[in-house]
Design a protein. Sequence first.
Length: 355
Amino acid sequence: MRSIWNGAISFGLVSIPIKLVNATENHSVSFRQIHLADGGRIRYRKVCEIDEQEVTAADIGKAYEDADGSMIPITDEDLSSLPLPTAKTIEIVAFVPAASIDPLQMDAAYYLSANGVPAAKPYTLLREALKRSQKVAVAKYALRGRERLGMLRVVDDVIAMHGLLWPDEIRSPEGVAPETEVTVRDAELDLADALMATLGEVDMDSLHDDYRKAVEELIAAKADGRTLEPAEADASGGGTVIDLIAALENSVRAARKARGEEPETAGESAKAPVAKVTSLTGRKKSDGTGAKKKATASTKKTAAKTSTPSRAPAKKTAARSTAKSSAKTTAKKTTAKSDTKSTTKKAAPRKRASA
């Protein structure tokens, strides 16, 4: 790998000659700008504003634009002569736990390679010291015309350096968090934990750029004169959450299915089975008329049952009173008849005697 910077690591009084190598590379597909009318490529030419002549890279230098618009030329010799100890040195200023570095500060990554045989011993010493202390080194260095902050750590058997942003370059997240107060229930947290546990860990080497692969296939199809079929739209709902609990349960099911596991109840923490609704075939849909008729008939029956007992006592009472009155009348008639007979019997002997 080609080095982009040569210098040394300053470790106290120990100096370690090193070469700086890019640790990352960009694999994204790059496009060119073309003229839509004829397909001609659009190029940017560097032209001098004074003589309107195109210039080459060798004829281009640096300058600082003052407030009044005037240019102040700055040469590479001017920058190299600055009284800056980090101009060609990565100066270690402290050793701190890795957790004390905010990931937001992380920038470009580099490998530090020992430059020459004499650098092998101090390079190995710093590497093993970092391993045993389980800490990272915070350093300052100058690159591309400015002083930067870096973090040194061990990757396999190599010392790597991450460029860090200065603390004042990190913007405050003020106004980013939701302003409304939201209460998260324990059931929702349990489902979120279940989803996290189902997704589990992943082998980082197994992840790849699907978008770049699709772009490469599109370019190959265009070159062969073929037309690719459009991809099916994602039916996940487009990020619209209607029911958070349902969304979490469905996510747990989908994650388990993707991992080849048997789908279990999403509300696993509650141990509650999921009820399945099965449509019954061969049954006619009811329009509600039969139900209304049944309700009317039952209402009438209820009313009849309710009204009948109230009428029955009245009839019985009338019958009883009629029976009593008739009984009294019959008794009077019987008494009168018996009195008449007895009178007649008493009077009869008298008549016989007179005769």
